[in-house]
Write a protein that binds this ligand. Sequence first.
Ligand code: MD3
Ligand code: FE
Length: 203
Amino acid sequence: VPEWLDTGACVMRGLAVTHAAEMIAGIRGIARAAPFRRMPTPGGGVMSVAMTGCGAAGWCSDTQGYRYVARDPRTDRPWPPLPDAWRELACGAAERAGYTGFVPDVCLINGYRPGARMGLHQDRDERLDAPVVSLSFGLPALFLWGGLKRTDACRRIPLLHGDVVVWGGPSRLVFHAIAPLRAGEHPVTGPCRYNLTFRRVGA
Ligand code: MD3
Ligand code: FE
C-alpha cells in the first residue's frame, strides 16, 4: 500500500521484509568481491557511510567530484552483477508506485554504523528520467525529505527494516538526508543499517 509523500514519491512499509535475509546474504557476497569503503569527498572529508554496489557501474566520490565508473577503483575489476531477483523486486516496487518499465542497471549499497549520516543532497549523477527505488534493512533511520531548493524545510520520515521508497517524476530532484544513525542491535543485521538504491545509469 503506497503512502504518498509528494507527487511521484511514496513509501511502501515493509514491502521488502520477506526478502531481508536473502538480500542481506547477497550484500555480504557482493562485499566480499567489492568491499565496503568510506569514500573521500571533494571537500576534503571522508564520508561516514560505507559504500559498495553492483551492476553496470558504481558511484564514486573523490577529491575530483562524483561520478559513475564501470570498474571498482579499489580492485580494478568490474562491479559484481546485479542479481536478477533484485532487479525484479525493484521493478515490481516501481510498478506499484506507478512507474512502469523501470529496468535498473545499478544498485548502490550504503552501510551505516551508529553515528553515520548522509548530508543534504540531490541525486543527479544518473538518468533523471528514471525513478529511484530504495530498500532499507536493519536499524531504523530518520530520513529527512526536503524540497527542490536546498533551503526548503524537511519532513522527518522514519525508515524501518523492509521499507521501500520510490521517487521519480516531480520528486526526482528533491533534497534529502539521513540523520546520524542511533546505536542499536537489529536481529538480522546487528549494529548496522543497509540501504540499497536501484537506479538507471545507462541508455
Ligand atoms: C531521494 N540514500 O544513496 S534512500 C543515496 O538511506 C541516499 O542511504 C539514503 O540518499 C539512504 O543517495 C536515502 C531513500 C530516499 C527516499 C526518498 C527520496 C531517497 C530520496 C526522495 C527524493 C530523493
Ligand atoms: Fe540520495
